[in-house]
Every structure is written in C-alpha cells, then in structure tokens.
Design a binder for this molecule. Structure first.
Ligand SMILES: NC(=O)c1ccc[n+]([C@@H]2O[C@H](COP(=O)([O-])OP(=O)(O)OC[C@H]3O[C@@H](n4cnc5c(N)ncnc54)[C@H](OP(=O)(O)O)[C@@H]3O)[C@@H](O)[C@H]2O)c1
Length: 237
C-alpha cells in the first residue's frame, strides 16, 4: 500500500484514546476513516474533532461484542466510501480485579469486548479486505505476553488476542492480506477510567501509535512485521 491517499480505514473504538489518535494520523495522510463507538452522540463528536474535510470521516455506532452491529458497520463503511483497505480492531476495556472478586459478568464483558469483539470485526470484514488485499491490525497489549496481579480477565483476553491475530495472519497472507498485532505498554488514554494529564508525558502517546500504523501501511508488500511490542522508552520513576 504505497500511497495512502484515499485509502479507506475502519477503526473500532475511535471515540477517544488510541483509536481516535490513529484516526487523526490516518486522516492527516489523506485517508478516509470510519470510527466506531457504543454511543452515537459521543462518536459523532469525536468525528467532528478530527480536523478534516467532513467527507473524510464517518461516525458509526457499533458495539464490537455484537456481530450484527459489526456487519452493519462494515457495510455502512463500504457503502459510504466504496471500499475497505484497512481494519484496525482497537476497541477494548480494562477491568482489573483479583480472581476472588472478579464477577462472571466482568469476565464475560472483557472477553466479549477484547477477544470476541475483534473476531466479530475481522469476520465481518474478510470479504471486503480480500478484494483490496488490505491490512488488518489488532491492538493487543504487553498484557498479551506479561501477566500481572488482578489481570486474569484482561491478560486472558489479550493473550487470546495475540494468538488469534498470529493465526489469522497465517490464514490470510496467502491472499496478499497483511495482519499485524501491536502490543503497547502504557499509553496516555481514558483506559480504565484514567483522565489524561501532564504526568502522562512519559507514556506512549496515541499519535505515536498512529506513526507506527502509517509505517506499517507504507511498508514494502514483501515484508510483514506480524507482532510489534512497543513500550515507553523510560519507565515511570
Ligand atoms: N492505554 C493503554 O495503556 C493501553 C495499553 C495497551 C493496550 N491498550 C489497548 O488499546 C485499546 C484502546 O484503548 P485506549 O487505551 O485507547 O482506551 P480508551 O481511551 O478507554 O478508549 C477505548 C475505546 O474503545 C471503545 N469501546 C469500548 N468498548 C467498546 C465496545 N464494546 N464496542 C465499541 N467500542 C468500544 C470506546 O468507545 P465508547 O466508550 O465511546 O464506546 C473507546 O473509543 C484497547 O484494546 C486497550 O486494551 C491500551
């Protein structure tokens, strides 16, 4: 994908944080972007915050844990922009609780969003991505390789997501489709009810992940970085 101008990306969880940051970076490259979130008013406001020609950004309400929602959202994206070149399965939540206190509902919501949600997004977009020989990127986490206390649900979802993404990379590369999982460490966002503030300066910023996504998309067709760990250069003191 040498020229990004007018290519079409679908980004789940684009209302804030990492998804919105990546959307801004792609629009700055001349791409057309559909962003999703669970609440229409919130996602519409986020779309307006992307300083772009209105026709380049589409806001869609979709809950990734619902396959029908994702199917309709992908269809809406293709109807609006005419094609689909890039899928970024980013939407995710962080419920951190000790196994003694973790509720069955917290477990289910985490897996439904962070793991089944990515399956739903990918499954709904396969036919369209095959047509364009496009790119699928999942946003996993270093929590997909490093486990920690209170992380049972989150670790399970992200370990699962890393395995899922690597397996579909093998399934799809024979069609010329690239698949990468990005595994970030600490990123400034609203994750786990955090409010971004000046003490977050040591963390990765959403636009830094935007830069990584752009370099992946521009990489020569013959080369595929399939799994990328990314962390703050200097850990919190
Ligand atoms: N921040 C970090 O340090 C960090 C590190 C590694 C990996 N990650 C991963 O990065 C991804 C993005 O998180 P973030 O840090 O940017 O957090 P964030 O600021 O809380 O943003 C999360 C996004 O996901 C959306 N979302 C949540 N549940 C959804 C659902 N069921 N359907 C559709 N959209 C949904 C939210 O939209 P609405 O609330 O409007 O629905 C929001 O746009 C997650 O997968 C997270 O695990 C984050």
């Amino acid at each position: 994908m040498n020229k990004l101008e007018n290519k079409v990306a679908y980004i789940t969880g684009g209302s804030k944080g990492i998804g919105l940051g990546i959307a801004k970076s792609l629009v700055a490259e001349g791409m057309k972007v559909a962003i999703t979130g669970r609440d229409l008013a919130t996602i519409t406001k986020a779309a307006k915050s992307i300083n772009a020609n209105k026709t380049n950004v589409l806001a869609i309400q979709s809950n990734v844990s619902c396959f029908e929602d994702e199917t309709k959202a992908i269809q809406q994206t293709i109807k609006h922009f005419g094609q689909l070149d890039v899928v970024i399965a980013n939407a995710g939540i962080g419920i951190l609780n000790s196994i003694e206190n973790l509720t069955p509902q917290e477990w289910k919501t985490t897996i439904d969003t962070n793991l089944t949600g990515v399956f739903n997004t990918v499954k709904a977009s396969i036919d369209a991505i095959k047509k364009t020989q496009g790119y699928i990127i999942t946003i996993a986490s270093l929590a997909g390789t490093n486990f920690f206390e209170k992380g049972s649900a989150y670790n399970a979802s992200k370990y699962g997501l890393v395995g899922f993404t690597q397996a579909i990379m093998l399934d799809l590369r024979k069609y010329g489709i690239k698949v990468t999982t990005i595994m970030p460490g600490s990123v400034t966002s609203y994750f786990n009810n955090h409010i971004p503030n000046e003490e977050d300066a040591w963390k990765i910023q959403p636009e830094d992940l935007g830069e990584i996504v752009i370099s992946l998309l521009k990489m020569h067709p013959r080369t595929l970085p399939s799994k990328i760990e990314v962390r703050p250069t200097t850990p919190k003191k």
